[in-house]
Ligand binder design. Structure first.
Ligand SMILES: Nc1nc2c(c(=O)[nH]1)N=C([C@H](O)[C@H](O)COP(=O)(O)OP(=O)(O)OP(=O)(O)O)CN2
Ligand SMILES: [Zn+2]
Length: 137
């Protein structure tokens, strides 16, 4: 059967502050600069999830996009949209909410609930200019 890549995009808004508990306040400021400001800041994130799988000859689908949408709702939207990533998500209590760490968190959350196909790639746009790609490696 042909192997096809299926992708869906979602947008969400969230607040965060870049801060590592492993570093001193001075080191945090030196590394993260304005992104370490105590009041934090927000982003309108865009996330693209790519699933790889065999094309089912009967359904003509790798995975029903409706199911992918529901998985992204449960693993990403319900957890992150209009949230403070550092305070509201336990995963970020001990690590900085960089786009890299957010993409890894999304991967772990999605991989647990995807019904079909295999997670291939997560592309997270933190801003129009700042983009992270994670392939589970
Ligand atoms: N490796 C990383 N570096 C930085 C991250 C990150 O997640 N990973 N994040 C930030 C800040 O949170 C934020 O994204 C920086 O925003 P800013 O510099 O304002 O980004 P813009 O694209 O809006 O800025 P332009 O100057 O207009 O490109 C910092 N570093
Ligand atoms: Zn930021």
């Amino acid at each position: 059967m042909p192997i096809v890549y299926l992708s869906r995009r979602e947008h969400f808004s969230a607040a965060h502050r870049l801060h590592s508990p492993k570093l001193s306040d001075a080191e945090n400021l030196a590394i993260y600069g304005k992104c370490n400001h105590k009041h934090g800041h927000g982003h309108n994130y865009k996330v693209e999830v790519v699933v790889k799988g065999e094309l089912d000859p009967t359904t003509g689908m790798v995975l029903n996009i409706t199911e992918l949408k529901e998985c992204m709702k449960v693993a990403i939207m319900d957890v992150m949209d209009h949230k403070n990533l550092d305070m509201d998500i336990e995963y970020f209590h001990d690590k900085p909410s960089t786009a890299e760490n957010i993409a890894v968190f999304m991967w772990m959350s999605l991989a647990k609930i995807l019904p079909k196909g295999e997670l291939h790639e997560i592309v997270l746009h933190e801003t129009d200019n700042n983009v992270v790609i994670y392939r589970g490696e």
